[in-house]
Write a protein that binds this ligand. Structure first.
Ligand code: PLP
Length: 388
């Protein structure tokens, strides 16, 4: 069969591919140390699972409203007020099949052919592909390690054209762990407000922060900025609920209504009983979030000096998320070759920087146990030594 043009220009997710190869090697009995995971290694907290089990037992097994269970939309609106100082009604919220799907649906309803979406690189692998699927043009703005992988107001200003519709901001960032400060967000907000573009704020890592870094949603900067902000978030990273597929988007009534129409004709509602787990995640005590954050922090304290003590590698200290973004320039291998050779020879999985739009870098996820991190670092060290 001749396939649609739309899918030909889309590259499959390299992160999912490498994770799959590492899993297959492990299934074949090979001892793989994986730094490729884009998900917490923890099990979903028991009280969240319990809430979903209770929902199943009480018959929450049927179709629900396309925009999500009313109780969950209300709980999300409360959360956005409580945590982020953003005043949304339940009607401003749509529950989606993960944060990825909230962004995908957004592109489908917001982007016309020829519309431009500004993305700072290194970027999350799915942003450019979603925009292309929607017929839009991703406009990639490279950032540097020296600038902390942050886009500057001048760079943003220079990238805006009459076709620009959206700017995607991801703080804390996957893959770099970068967190924008309030002043930096304020400066970007000034640029946005001097134009008529909107910002999509992907806040999925807002709970995973270190060294006293605080999360500020760009939408909380001013009432004017609130009107120009679209929030994407989800339960996957903060609550170790990646497989549940529950995320959400907050925006204007008009936007939410059109996304609801799209969802009603494509996926219908998100798994009904999974949404009850999400309600428990938001409404019950948040100790589990802090316990996981502390575990990530402990691992970061170990892995960061290990990487920086390997001659030829360097990584900045990330203030959020659970990734190290490592410069491999001195090793002299393209990132894809670096990662495939590392996996074949040393059985260590990491993601090539090219997947995030930047050569000569790799992403190392420390969302794995300390023993794996120690053994994997020994192997990485031996690998780099053998190449220098
Ligand atoms: C993981 C992730 C998401 C969304 O993940 P879901 O599992 O779909 O909720 C969105 N943005 C970034 C940057 C991520 O890393």
């Amino acid at each position: 069969m001749e396939l649609a043009n739309r899918v030909r220009q889309v590259t499959p997710s390299m992160t999912l591919e490498i994770s799959a190869k590492a899993k297959a090697m492990r299934a074949a009995g090979i001892d793989v140390c994986s730094f490729s995971a884009g998900e917490p290694d923890f099990d979903t907290p028991a009280h969240i699972k319990e809430a979903a089990k209770q929902a199943l037992d009480s018959g929450k097994t049927r179709y629900g409203p396309a925009a999500g269970e009313p109780a969950l939309r209300t709980a999300i609106a409360h959360k956005l007020q409580r945590d982020n100082n953003l005043s949304y009604e339940a009607g401003n919220i749509i529950v989606t099949n993960g944060g990825k799907h909230s962004l995908y649906s957004l592109m489908m309803v917001a982007i016309n052919p020829g519309d431009e979406v500004i993305i700072p690189s290194p970027y999350w692998v799915s942003y450019p592909e979603m925009i292309k699927l929607a017929g839009g043009n991703p406009v990639i703005i490279p950032t540097t390690a020296e600038a902390g992988y942050k886009i500057t107001p001048a760079q943003l200003q220079a990238a805006i054209t009459k076709n620009t519709k959206l700017f995607i901001l991801n703080s804390p960032s996957n893959p770099t762990g970068t967190v924008y400060t309030p002043d930096e967000l304020d400066a970007l907000a000034q640029v946005i407000l001097s134009t008529d573009i909107y910002v999509v704020s992907d806040e999925i890592y807002e709970k995973i922060l270190y060294d006293g870094a605080k999360h500020l949603s760009i939408g909380a900067i001013s009432p004017e900025m609130f009107e120009r902000t679209i929030i994407s978030n989800g339960f996957a990273k903060a609550y170790a609920m990646t497989g549940w597929r529950v995320g959400y988007l907050a925006g204007s009534n008009e936007l939410i209504q059109s996304m609801t129409t799209l969802q009603s004709q494509s996926t219908s509602n998100v798994c009904t009983f999974a949404q009850y787990g999400a309600i428990a995640a938001l409404d019950q005590p948040q100790g589990c979030v802090e316990a996981m954050r502390r575990a990530f922090e402990e691992r970061r304290s170990y892995i960061l000096p290990r990487v920086n003590n390997i001659p030829g590698l360097s990584a900045a200290k990330p203030n959020g998320a659970f990734y190290l973004y490592v410069d491999i320039e001195s090793v002299g291998l393209p990132s894809l070759e670096f990662c495939s050779t590392l996996l074949d020879e040393k059985h260590v999985a990491a993601i090539p920087g090219i997947a995030f739009g930047k050569e000569s870098t790799v992403r190392i996820s420390y969302a794995t146990d300390l023993d794996t991190i120690q053994r994997g670092m020994d192997r990485l060290e031996a690998f780099v030594q053998s190449r220098l």
